[in-house]
Design a protein around this ligand. Structure first.
Ligand code: AMP
Length: 586
């Protein structure tokens, strides 16, 4: 599938056409906007349409800067979503109106393709109130929406996930400070996968030193400048947003490369700019470690974070007390790139791992767009899997069967069951446990190479045995059980299991669902009296299988399933999202 990502800003329209799941960038473009031309955005979008005309587009992702605290996830663009983006335009006048214009022009051009809005604020929407509140009168704060929203969320979330993948630790087990240091700059405390603090606030002006923005400044200083009469509001806006930061301090401009060169040549203003920038970033790392009660990783990203080894070294200085040990060699040579987006730059014994990560907001928007578009599609035409609830049963070897039913006996077919070649037998066996017995458990044929008795958790309590959850066939070291048949009794040392829930799939089904043998998936049961999502469902693919999910009676009862029930395979990977959208295209 191919996702078109549109970032329609005030000064440029950027776009990328991204192929998924391969992540290949098919097209990449940027059209500058002439601020004096009222129709410039329309002209730019028309140029974009022209450029993409020959290409397949399955979904369109729109970057939207401000979604307030309303959107914690990307959403399909509806009239209500457009109203909300419009409402937040007052808070982000330089961004939202243009983002919205891009959406409306693209919707007009591609009315049949799903449009998804991906918000910079979404990742921070769940920030705790203590982090999102300014200490001012709450009534005033509410009335004027004076609260901290945070921005750059797409980038923070993306690099935190890449870092977790690199560290081979689930993101929800890590406390990470991500530093997005570009022309705009912000820090984020990502505690167990969630943004719990970030340095940008109500607007993207708060926090770190940026290319031309001041970052943190005493509100009293702003009042004082206004009161002095030397500055009008618009002039203050210009001073703090466009004439401050690295550019303001250095007097050179906002490009750190030039500032670093001048600093080396002894320029004191350039040196001060670098020092203030690094000091501020280091201050935030310490603060965020304190807020999270510890720190496992620091991630540098953005133009400066990815490219300036000297700035990374300065920022990481004096953080040894936290367990941060940067490797000068690794840091100096680190060049995160598309083919190797994560480079570790800490010493091997550093308790806190330090990484330089190449951010890719376009790719993140494309992936999120695919996921949301597929989920929407799924809601409209779900990919269902029939569910069979397996009552307790057993599979026996010929040897055990003979001991239970006599040397001359053979299993007698009672009826076929759903999986080809499998059948229920007339024969039944009694299970005897230390506490209790369960009589009349049915044998399934044909006979197998190992004895396997499958019971539910409730049965375990009745028998007084703790049976492990196992895949079918994996009985080694499982629980012992005594079997009683009409001819004799057998004491098995292993063979009693609680079967792991699984889905039988023919290779054609696996291709259809875009899953592989032994993949772990999630299946949702909806529309019944007790909706339930089953995680840890094992996919088993075999030429001889028919599509069916098998669960035990406890699981069936928990979801109150009736005969003929079905579940839906949930869309949780980009690969499955692609499969859904591909199928919907026919
Ligand atoms: P971004 O907004 O993420 O594109 O970051 C842009 C900024 O990254 C530029 O203004 C530069 O200051 C900085 N930058 C890019 N490459 C380097 C480099 N090799 N060394 C220092 N700073 C760099």
């Amino acid at each position: 599938m191919q996702v078109l990502v549109i970032n329609c800003g005030s000064s440029s329209v950027k776009y990328q056409l991204i192929k998924l799941p391969s992540c290949e960038k098919v097209l990449l473009g940027k059209i500058e906007i002439d601020p004096a031309d009222n129709t410039a955005h329309e002209t730019a979008i028309r140029a974009l349409i022209e450029e993409t005309q020959q290409h397949q587009i399955d979904a369109i992702g729109h970057r939207v800067v401000h979604g307030g605290n309303e959107f914690s996830e990307p959403v399909t663009v509806t009239d209500a979503v457009i109203d909300s983006i419009e409402k937040h335009s007052a808070d982000a006048p330089l961004h939202n109106p243009f983002n919205l214009l891009g959406i409306q022009l693209a919707q007009h051009q591609w009315p049949q393709i799903p449009h998804i809005a991906v918000f910079d604020t979404a990742f921070h929407a769940g920030m705790p109130k203590r982090a999102s509140s300014y200490a001012i009168n709450p009534a005033v704060a509410d009335q004027h929406r004076v609260r901290r929203f945070g921005f750059h969320g797409t980038s923070h979330q993306y690099v935190a996930q890449l870092a977790a993948d690199h560290l081979k630790t689930p993101v929800d087990e890590l406390r990470t400070v991500t530093l997005h240091l570009g022309n705009g700059a912000s820090a984020c405390a990502v505690e167990y996968g969630r943004s719990v603090e970030t340095s940008m606030g109500m607007t993207p002006l708060e926090g770190l030193v940026m290319g031309t923005r001041s970052g943190d400044i005493d509100a009293g200083a702003v009042l004082s400048l206004l009161r002095s009469g030397a500055y009008q509001v618009s002039e203050l806006d210009e001073l703090l947003n466009r004439q401050s930061g690295l550019a303001g301090l250095s007097g050179i401009g906002n490009d750190l490369r030039e500032i670093e060169t001048s600093a080396e040549q002894g320029d004191e203003s350039a040196q001060l700019a670098i020092n203030v920038f690094a000091h501020r970033a280091r201050k935030y790392i310490g603060a965020y470690a304190a807020i999270m009660g510890g720190l496992d990783a620091i991630v540098f990203t953005g133009g400066i974070g990815e490219n300036s080894a000297t700035m990374r070294r300065r920022i990481a200085q004096r953080l040894e007390f936290l367990g941060v040990r940067l490797s000068d060699d690794l840091n100096r040579n680190a060049r995160p790139a598309t083919d190797q987006p994560v480079v570790e730059i800490s010493e091997p014994h550093s308790r806190v791992r330090v990484l330089a990560v190449r951010t890719d907001e376009g790719l993140m928007i494309a992936r999120q767009t695919a996921r949301i578009a597929a989920a929407e599609n799924q809601r409209n035409s779900p990919r269902t899997i029939p569910i069979a609830v397996s009552a307790r049963h057993l599979h026996l070897t010929a040897e055990t069967f003979a001991k239970l039913f006599g040397p001359e006996a053979t299993p007698t077919k009672y009826k076929d069951i759903s999986q080809p070649g499998q059948y229920a037998c007339e024969e039944k066996v009694n299970l005897i446990g230390p506490r209790n017995r369960i009589d009349g458990v049915r044998l399934l044929g044909p006979l197998r190479r190992v004895d396997q008795i499958e019971i539910a958790r409730t049965d375990e309590f009745r028998l007084g045995i703790d049976a492990p959850i196992r895949d079918s066939g994996k009985v080694e070291g499982s629980a012992p059980i005594t079997l009683e048949g009409p001819y004799g009794t057998v004491e098995l040392t292993e063979g009693l299991i609680c079967a792991r829930r699984h889905i039988h799939m023919h290779p054609d089904d696996a291709k259809d669902f875009s899953v592989q043998d032994r993949e772990i998936v999630e299946v949702a049961i909806t529309g019944g009296p007790r909706d339930l999502a089953f995680g840890d469902v094992l996919v088993r693919v075999n030429e001889n299988y028919k599509l069916e999910m098998h669960i035990d009676t406890d699981e069936g009862n928990a979801a109150e399933l009736t005969r003929g029930s079905a579940g839906e395979l949930m869309v949780d990977t980009v690969e499955s999202a692609c499969a859904v959208l591909k199928k919907s295209r026919g």
